[in-house]
Design a protein around this ligand. Structure first.
Ligand SMILES: Nc1nc2c(c(=O)[nH]1)N[C@H]1C(S)=C(S)[C@@H](COP(=O)(O)OP(=O)(O)OC[C@H]3O[C@@H](n4cnc5c(N)ncnc54)[C@H](O)[C@@H]3O)O[C@H]1N2
Ligand code: MOO
Length: 403
C-alpha cells in the first residue's frame, strides 16, 4: 500500500475537518477565563484605544518646558502643569495637561529652593543635568491600536497572550467556536495499562498521550474506550453512544490486514466514505481517514507509537484546524542538518531537534523506528523529507509537535 500523497492527504484532512462544522453546535459566548485555548468565532475589536490614556513610561517627574522646575504636589498637578512646573509621577500614571516630557527619577535632583525675601521657605526645585527632549518617556494614547481596530481575527486560538489582548481591550465575554469533541478508541488485546508487560504484551503508549495531543491541537476528548481485537467491539466503539457524542473518532491500532486488525473492515461495514486510504509516508502509512454517514470523521491511527503520532501531526492537526474554522496551518521551513537519499513516492516524517547554536537547522533524532518513542521525546519538530530527498543544509518543511 502506498497511499495518498502526503500534501493531498493533509488537504483532504482539512476539508474533512471543515465538513464537521455542519454537525457541531453553534458558537457560544464564554467568560474570558473560559475562553483559554478556544478559537474565536468572530473577530475581536478594541473597545477603547490602546493605551487609552497618555501615561508616563518611567518613575520620576512630569515636567513642563525647561528646568529647573518648581515641584508642585501631584494632586495640584492634576489641574495641569504650567511651564516651569514639575510633579512626581509613577510608571503608568496619567499625564497632567501641559506635560512636555518625563524626567526619570535617576536623572533628576530635587533641592530646597532659596528662601524667599520674606524669610518663608521657597519650596522645592527640581534640577536635571539635561532638559529631557519633548515627548521623552511619554507613552502617548492609541499607539498600539485605535478604538475599533481589529486586534484578533476570527479563527485565532486564545493563547495566554491573546487572552491578555482581549482583557486589555476591555472584553469580558468572547464569542468562541464550539468545542470539537473527540472520542478515542484504543484497540489491542496485547495492550496493558500498568506495570511491566510480559512477552507479546505492550504498555499502552497512547492513553496517557493522545488526550494532550488532542488538547494541544484544539480539540476536547469526550471519551476514551479500550477494546480488544474484536470486530463487534470495534463496530460498537466507533458507532456506540459515546462515540456518537463526538464529531471526530480517533482509533489506535488494528489498521493492518491481519485477522486481528478490524478497523478497515469496520469502517466499510459502517458505510464510511474513505477519504484517505493510507498516506504515502514513513512511518504512519496505514493511517485511514473517513467520513461516517452521519458526518462524523473517523481517523484510524496505526498501532506503532511513532507511526501513530506522525499520523496525528499529519492528519489530526488539519482535521482539528478545519473543524475549528481555521485555515490550514502555514508551511514552516528550516534547514535540514542531514542529507537524505531519495525515497520515490514517499515522504518521510522525522523527529528532529534544533541544532545547538545554529538557530534554524534541524538535526534528525536517534531512536526513530516506528515502534520507538525516544527520538520523539528528544525532538523539537517533525522534519518533512520529500520523496526526492534532501541535501545537507537544504531548506525543508517541518511540522510543529502536537503539544
Ligand atoms: N504484512 C504487513 N504487515 C505490516 C505492515 C504492512 O504493510 N504489511 N505495515 C506495518 C506498519 S508500517 C504498521 S504501522 C503496522 C500497523 O499496525 P496496526 O495499525 O494494525 O496496529 P497493530 O497491529 O494493532 O499494532 C502494531 C504495533 O503497535 C503496538 N501497539 C498497538 N497499540 C499500542 C499501544 N496502545 N501502545 C503501544 N503500542 C501499541 C502493537 O503491540 C504492535 O506492536 O503494521 C505493520 N505490519
Ligand atoms: O509506517 Mo508503520 O506506520 O512504519 O510503523
Amino acid at each position: 500500500m502506498r497511499g495518498t500523497d502526503w500534501h493531498a492527504a493533509r488537504s483532504a484532512a482539512h476539508a474533512a475537518g471543515a465538513s464537521v462544522r455542519a454537525i457541531l453546535p453553534p458558537a457560544e459566548r464564554v467568560g474570558l477565563a473560559d475562553a483559554a485555548w478556544r478559537v474565536l468565532d468572530t473577530g475581536l475589536c478594541a473597545l477603547h484605544p490602546l493605551p487609552h490614556y497618555a501615561s508616563s513610561a518611567m518613575d520620576g517627574w512630569v515636567v513642563a518646558g525647561g528646568g529647573p522646575w518648581i515641584l508642585v504636589p501631584a494632586r495640584a498637578a492634576g489641574a495641569g502643569l504650567a511651564p516651569g512646573e514639575a510633579a512626581e509621577i509613577v510608571t503608568g500614571g496619567a499625564l497632567p495637561a501641559g506635560t512636555t516630557a518625563v524626567l526619570r527619577r535617576e536623572h533628576g535632583r530635587p533641592a530646597p529652593a532659596p528662601t524667599g525675601g520674606d524669610g518663608r521657605p521657597g519650596g522645592t526645585l527640581l534640577f536635571a543635568e539635561h532638559d529631557p527632549r519633548p515627548g521623552l518617556d511619554i507613552r502617548p494614547a492609541a499607539t498600539e491600536s485605535a478604538e475599533g481596530d481589529l486586534l484578533l481575527a476570527a479563527g485565532t486560538r486564545m493563547t495566554p497572550a491573546a487572552l491578555a489582548v482581549a482583557a486589555l481591550a476591555g472584553h469580558d465575554r468572547l464569542a468562541v467556536a464550539p468545542d470539537v469533541g473527540v472520542a478515542l478508541v484504543l484497540t489491542g488485546d496485547e495492550v496493558v495499562t500498568s506495570g511491566l508487560p510480559g512477552p507479546g504484551f505492550v504498555r499502552d503508549g497512547f492513553g496517557p498521550v493522545l488526550p494532550h495531543c488532542v488538547r494541544g491541537l484544539g480539540g476536547t476528548v469526550l471519551s476514551a474506550t479500550r477494546i480488544g481485537d474484536d470486530r463487534g467491539a470495534t463496530l460498537d466503539a466507533i458507532d456506540g453512544t459515546a462515540a456518537r457524542r463526538a464529531a471526530i473518532v480517533v482509533t489506535t491500532g488494528g489498521t493492518g490486514g491481519s485477522s486481528a486488525d478490524h478497523l478497515r473492515p469496520a469502517a466499510a461495514a459502517l458505510g464510511a466514505e474513505i477519504l484517505v486510504d493510507g498516506v504515502a509516508m514513513r512511518p504512519g502509512h496505514p493511517a485511514l481517514l473517513g467520513r461516517m454517514p452521519d458526518g462524523r470523521i473517523l481517523l484510524c491511527l496505526p498501532g506503532n507509537p511513532l507511526a501513530a503520532l506522525v499520523a496525528v501531526a499529519t492528519l489530526l492537526e488539519p482535521v482539528l484546524r478545519g473543524a475549528a474554522g481555521r485555515p490550514p496551518s502555514a508551511p514552516r521551513r528550516a534547514a535540514s542538518a542531514a542529507a537524505f537519499a531519495p525515497l520515490p513516492g514517499r515522504h518521510r516524517v522525522v523527529p528532529a531537534a534544533w541544532a545547538d547554536g545554529a538557530g534554524c537547522a534541524l538535526v534528525p533524532a536517534e531512536h526513530i523506528g516506528s515502534a520507538m518513542m525516544r527520538g520523539l521525546a528528544d525532538a523539537d519538530a517533525l522534519l518533512v523529507v520529500p520523496p526526492e530527498g534532501l541535501e545537507a543544509g537544504a531548506p525543508a518543511a517541518y511540522l510543529p509537535l502536537p503539544w
